[in-house]
Structures are given as C-alpha cells and as structure tokens.
Design a protein around this ligand. Sequence first.
Ligand SMILES: CCCCC/C=C\CCCC/C=C/C(=O)SCCNC(=O)CCNC(=O)[C@H](O)C(C)(C)COP(=O)(O)OP(=O)(O)OC[C@H]1O[C@@H](n2cnc3c(N)ncnc32)[C@H](O)[C@@H]1OP(=O)(O)O
Length: 309
Amino acid sequence: MAAATLARRIGRSGVLPLCCRLPAWDRAARPPPGPAQPPGLPLAPCRSFSNNKIQVELDESSGVAMMKFKSPPVNSLSLEFLTEFSISLEKLENNKACRGVIITSALPKIFSSGLDITEMCGKSIEHYTEFWRAVQEMWLRLYGSNMVTVAAVNGSSPAGGCLVALSCDYRIMAENPKFSIGLNEAQLGIVAPFWFKDTFVNVVGHRIAERSLQLGSLHPAPEALKLGLVDELVPEEKLMEKAAAVMAQWLALPDHARQLTKTMMRKAVLDRLVAHREEDIKNFISFVSKESIQKSLRMYMEMLKKRKS
Ligand SMILES: CCCCC/C=C\CCCC/C=C/C(=O)SCCNC(=O)CCNC(=O)[C@H](O)C(C)(C)COP(=O)(O)OP(=O)(O)OC[C@H]1O[C@@H](n2cnc3c(N)ncnc32)[C@H](O)[C@@H]1OP(=O)(O)O
C-alpha cells in the first residue's frame, strides 16, 4: 500500500482499520527475495524514507533495514511518533525485499523515553482514545512482525521505550551502566497494561517480571543483562556491527520456519489484545481520567524539570 494511501487510511486516528490488512502474525510466510523471486517483478520502492520522527534505510542486497528514532530531545512516543512508527513498519512489512529491521536511536544517550507523558495529561477523551489506539497499533505491528527485529539499545529506555525493545526478537544494549531499561510505570503512579506485562513475562519470566514491575525498576545495563531483559551488552562503538552480525545469523534461517515459530510463540499474547482492544482503551481512559492519576503524572513531569535545574 502506498505511503500516502496508508497515511490517509490511518488518518487522525493513528490506526489502520483492521479490515485493511491481515495482521502480520496471520500472514503466510513470504518467500525469500532473490533467485526464488519471479524475474522482472519490481520490488516495492522503499529503499530509504524518513519523516519528522524516524529515518529508515533499506539495504536491498542484505534485506536489512535500519530504523533510527530521531525525535529530540528524548524520542518520546507521542501520537505523531507512534503513527510514523506504525507507517514505517507497515512499509517495510509490505516490501518483499525487506527481511529484517534493526531499531536504534539517532540521539545520543537515549533510545526512547517511553510514552509521551504530555499525551496523557489534561487531554480530551477523544484524544486519549486516539493516543491509546496508536500505542496498541504500534505494538501489534512490532510484536507481530514477520521480519526479524533487532533492538540496538544505545541509551536509556524506560517504560514504553522498554516495550519497543522487548517486542523485538533480540536486544543488544550498549554496555554503559548509566543507561537503564525497564518498565518503571509504578514509579510514575501508573500501571503497565496487561500486554506490556505479558511481553515482559515472555522475555524474563514471571518472577523477575513481577518483582521488577511492582518496584517499577529501571535496570542499569549490566543488571538488565543478568535478568535476561537484554540478550547482550557490547561497547557502544561496536553496537551496530554486532546488531548486523546478529541479524545475519537470524536471516541465515529459512524465513518460513522462523516466522511460523515466532507466530507460535507470540500468538496467544497478540490475540489477547486483539480480542480486548476496545475494553483496553476504555480501561486506559478511565484510569488516566482519574484526578489522582493526573496529579501523579503532573508531579512526575515537574520532578523531571526540577532535576534538570
Ligand atoms: C489498571 C489498568 C491500567 C490500564 C492502563 C492504564 C494506564 C497507563 C499505562 C501507561 C503506560 C505508560 C508507559 C510510559 O512509557 S510512561 C513514560 C515513562 N517514561 C519515563 O519515566 C521517562 C522520563 N524521562 C526521563 O527519565 C529522562 O527524561 C530521560 C529519558 C532519562 C532523559 O534524561 P535527560 O537526558 O536528562 O533529559 P531530561 O530529563 O532533561 O528531558 C528532556 C525533556 O524531555 C522531557 N521528557 C522526558 N521524558 C518524557 C516523556 N516520557 N514524555 C514527555 N516528555 C518527556 C523532559 O520533561 C524535558 O522537558 P523540558 O526540556 O521541557 O524540561
């Protein structure tokens, strides 16, 4: 689907109508590009594209795309960011030449600061609906992607930023102990929804997830490695090289076998959100509309500003 058509269909809601496409985890495995492809079949024109928030470059010879978040100051996941993120994933997913994507940040020291807190403060019910649908859409696309997804975490990655990394197939983090990662929602006085929790449990197991979620822990990189929250630590200057090597290793397997295995591992968690999407939006709205929650979020934002001065 052309980007302009996609953007029109997404519209202000930030969401692709479900009737427009099959979810990635329900699609048949794609044949590998190259010799198996009928000669003369044009590849989708998607070598490199970028928008205000995200830059993507696809190397058609390897089938690997590099996606860089570039939304200063901290790559917060605003409605606009999430919409661009979903559009970028959709473009790559639909491009037969693309088999894998490495996700990283173009900003120093920050992978992503998580959901944009200002989107959850003092807004209308319509806005909360649109925002939360866009959060869901991003996760459904990323967690359900047929592509190999590698997170090259080159900075701190709290809450929604951690969810992005957790949704990938493999996480490599820069070994800087000043960088931390985790689902710290409890520290903000809010609660990670069930599908954040499910994604976390699927990576680290129930006990570690329970303790970390209740405490709202942000784990410095070395601790994140010990907990299995990230798969590897490497010196920052080696991060992209390592991500490319890991990607090559994963792409050495036949796509169909890897994709069907991924679907088998993730389907139950994806299906749970798909079955309860509207209820989940209602829960989000009633939760963030509470005066006590608004107060907690405002205080947290003030704390961030004070810490700076
Ligand atoms: C029971 C059923 C429940 C159902 C579900 C209901 C509930 C809701 C669930 C919601 C799930 C939420 C997920 C989230 O992702 S919440 C966001 C969590 N994020 C954080 O806690 C990160 C906060 N930020 C930081 O810790 C730091 O900013 C940093 C990322 C480590 C970067 O530090 P530094 O380089 O020192 O930058 P500054 O702190 O100076 O920040 C620069 C400016 O950016 C603003 N900022 C930072 N993070 C955010 C954010 N997430 N959203 C919006 N704005 C952000 C910060 O205030 C500074 O702004 P300023 O320049 O105007 O002062």
